[in-house]
Design a protein around this ligand. Structure first.
Ligand code: PLP
Length: 377
């Protein structure tokens, strides 16, 4: 597909993902495009029965079943149980839009993790919110009280982060939640990549509920399972959040497809039944394949040694990420440049680019071979 923006440097990440959608080797977007596992294939083979079930059961019941299966497999036992505290959306971006539209009625400024996926700052600024960057190292271990000025009304973090894979540990989430309570800030989390990393499977809701802070969490089924973008984003909030999330939700949608809810339930149950280990193994093997193929190529290193998410950030010397994007694109191979992830300081992101790992092994192998050829020449 043609690139809508004038150059790679002007485009947003989703425009660049769109440009690579039908490419021979697409390792650009972070959506799940690996092959179905045997267990997942069995679910798809039964789609007509799932359709019948979806059409014949009350939506509230399907929703409860989908939510329970999804939250339980990732250890989120103390999640809110009231239906209006867990809103099912078409995608995590739609959940984000609802959060942004609600937030702007009460808050002027958001302290947002830096770097992170660029549609988060784009959606927040799109409704008129002001952003201040919260550096990953500061969120991980700095003086949060000093780093978050009094003008801020909400702190927003992505955990595990995209593209770095960095996880907010339990102790740090507790400190952040306590700070948000003390200063009456809304704490917002995007946990779209949680499924990939067991270090993010501690019960976030137990921490958040115990702190009594006002919180919103965006959960996502879309990065995990290769369901051709049949997915939901969940907008989860505390009872005391004080934002018109339900009202804004009703401005945009009535609900998601019951068929998708049934699929989410079945895929989550399959994950609990060994599918999650298979997925982790698949991503680990693709990460090894990429790193091994590029071993000994001095122009490239892997800064996120510990990452387990389904994307891998690479740091380059002698090239910018945007240049690598252009050279690969001429060969019909699509990655993402790092620049746009550094939404507050694009120049800092130019040292990086990102390769998606939720792909068949042969796709990652082909991308790695091309990269080796280009970077070795
Ligand atoms: C952390 C994060 N949140 C949300 C999104 C948006 O996801 P979707 O396109 O399914 O709405 C992305 C997209 O990659 C992401 O990386």
């Amino acid at each position: 597909m043609k690139l809508a923006a004038t150059t790679v440097r002007d485009a947003n990440l989703t425009q660049l993902e769109l440009a690579g959608l039908d490419a021979e080797v697409n390792v650009a977007d972070g959506h799940a495009r690996q092959e179905l596992s045997a267990g997942q294939q069995r679910i798809i083979d039964h789609l007509p029965e799932l359709f019948t079930r979806a059409a014949s059961r009350p939506v509230a019941e399907l929703q409860r079943a989908a939510h329970a299966a999804f939250f339980e497999v990732f250890g989120q036992h103390d999640r809110p149980r009231q239906p209006d505290q867990v809103l099912s959306c078409y995608s995590s971006s739609v959940a984000m839009e609802i959060l942004a539209r609600s937030l702007v009625r009460e808050v002027d400024t958001v302290a947002l993790l830096h770097p992170t996926f660029d549609n988060i700052p784009d959606i927040l600024t799109g409704v008129g919110l002001r952003l201040l960057p919260l550096e990953e190292d500061v969120l991980g271990g700095g003086d949060l009280d000093r780093a978050i000025p009094p003008t801020v009304g909400c702190v927003f973090a992505t955990t595990p982060n995209n593209p770095t894979g960095r996880v907010l540990p339990q102790r740090r989430l507790r400190e952040l939640a306590d700070l948000c309570l003390a200063r009456d800030l809304v704490l917002a989390l995007d946990t779209s990549f949680r499924g990939f990393d067991v270090r993010a499977h501690y019960d976030h809701y137990a921490v958040l509920e115990a702190s009594r802070c006002r919180y919103v969490v965006i959960e996502d089924t879309g990065k995990l399972w290769p369901t051709l973008d049949l997915k939901v984003g969940l907008l989860v909030s505390s009872g005391n959040v004080g934002l018109p999330l339900g009202l804004v939700y009703s401005d945009l949608l009535l609900g998601v497809s019951p068929l998708i809810l049934v699929m989410v339930e079945r895929f989550a149950l399959d994950a609990a039944n060994g599918g999650l280990d298979e997925l982790h193994d698949h991503i680990r093997r693709n990460r090894e394949l990429l790193r091994e193929t590029l071993t000994g190529v001095p122009a490239v290193t892997f800064p996120d040694a510990d990452s387990r998410v389904s994307v891998e950030r690479l740091e380059c010397q002698g090239w910018t990420g945007s240049e690598i994007w252009e050279v690969l694109r001429a060969r019909n191979v699509h990655v993402l440049p790092g620049r746009q992830f550094y939404w507050a300081d694009h120049a800092r992101g130019e040292r990086f680019f990102r390769v998606a790992l939720a792909r068949p092994h042969r796709t990652v192998a082909a991308a790695a071979r091309e990269l080796r050829q280009i970077l070795s020449s």
